[in-house]
Design a protein around this ligand. Structure first.
Ligand SMILES: [Zn+2]
Length: 357
């Protein structure tokens, strides 16, 4: 059983505010005299029902946290801490997702908001020995024209260098908004070479995934776990090479599955889907990146070889440059080639132990 925090991996599903450390949130709330809901600071992971009410509660808590991020310094602190925490968990590539709309009023608009995140991502990459890329995400709750505006903004900063915008997403309640109306925004993003990374198939089932595939032509789907409920949808995902950003802790928090063992990780991997484990919103779900790999190990029996394959999938599904991907994949191989600490425990030193020196 090798140390999962040392397993090199890419983290492709982490939201800006949702990445926040609880003490940071408490600091910011105090600075702005904001009273935080108890559920955000009690260190008790959320357990909500997968209903409209459950989602409403999640969204209210998320909004309460977001309301504490009110300056450029706050935004920079979030990116820096997200990168530091990810690096400490063996993440070598973080693609952090931000909807700049909520922070725009405090920093002079959506353009400066995105530029701050990009610059903070470059600074944090250098400081913590990790590559941070940015995903600009629109919200299903807003007008599709707002999504197009964000897609154009994302397109202007597209690239595969450190800090560049690498993808365009669509988040919020899957039950809201007409998916087809967001197609033009994704066309803008795709023409700029950005990855299309909408959420889908968490709260809603395979039909919704089919719609997202048809209308938004994703490179990756945020969640997509419910594809496991329909062989044809899952086969289409595999055939088109669409990666799935699977977030077991989030699925449990939002009541999609009652327990970690119910997350259909095996089904997805066995079907040949490219799976990248992610934490989604550690602030709310109380679990970070390594915890997701721990779930694969303990609840699904993934061996070290299989866990290394999962990490390799996350790197392949990332938008890192070809050279970064090659380097990180070699590091995954090295992790697996290093001796398993369990094998090092030898209770019979007389047998099979060679002393060199
Ligand atoms: Zn998400």
């Amino acid at each position: 059983m090798r140390d999962l925090a040392r397993l090199p991996k890419a983290h492709l599903h982490l939201h800006f505010t949702g990445s926040m450390r609880v003490p940071t949130l408490v600091d910011m709330a105090a600075a702005y005299n904001v009273r935080l809901p108890e559920a955000l600071v009690d260190n008790d992971p959320l357990r909500l029902p997968a209903t409209e009410r459950g989602w409403f509660r999640f969204q209210r808590l998320y909004d309460a946290a977001r309301a504490c991020v009110r300056s450029e310094a706050d935004m920079r602190r979030l990116v820096d801490e997200a990168a530091a925490d990810d690096a400490a968990e063996g993440s070598r590539r973080l693609e952090i997702q931000v909807d700049p709309t909520s922070y725009a009023p405090f920093v002079g608009g959506i353009t400066p908001a995105v530029e701050i995140v990009i610059d903070a991502a470059r600074v944090a990459s250098a400081a913590h020995g990790i590559e941070v890329g940015v995903i600009v995400a629109a919200s299903r709750m807003k007008h599709p024209l707002d999504a197009r505006t964000l897609a154009r903004l994302a397109a202007r900063h597209a690239g595969d260098g450190v800090g560049d915008v690498v993808g365009f997403g669509l988040s919020n309640d899957e039950r809201r908004g007409d998916t087809s109306q967001f197609g033009p925004a994704f066309d803008i993003a795709r023409r700029a070479g950005l990855a299309a990374v909408p959420h889908g198939g968490e709260l809603l089932g395979p039909d919704h995934i089919g719609e997202v595939m048809r209308e938004l032509v994703p490179d990756r789907i945020g969640h997509g776990v419910r594809a496991a409920e329909d062989e044809r949808v899952l086969a289409a995902i595999v055939e088109r090479g669409v990666a799935l950003e699977v977030n077991p802790g989030s699925n449990i928090g939002l009541g999609v599955y009652a327990e970690a063992s119910e997350v259909p990780l095996r089904t997805l991997v066995d079907a040949g889907a490219l799976v990248a484990l992610g934490a989604d919103d550690p602030l709310l779900f109380g679990s970070r990146l390594v915890d997701q790999y721990e779930i694969a190990r303990t609840a699904h029996g993934f061996t070290d070889t299989e866990l290394a394959a999962l990490a390799a999938s996350s790197i392949r599904a990332s938008r890192a440059s070809e050279s970064t991907r090659t380097r990180l994949l070699a590091e995954v191989d090295a992790w697996l080639l290093a001796p398993d600490p369990a094998d090092a425990v030898d209770t019979h030193p007389a047998r099979g132990t060679v002393t060199i020196g």
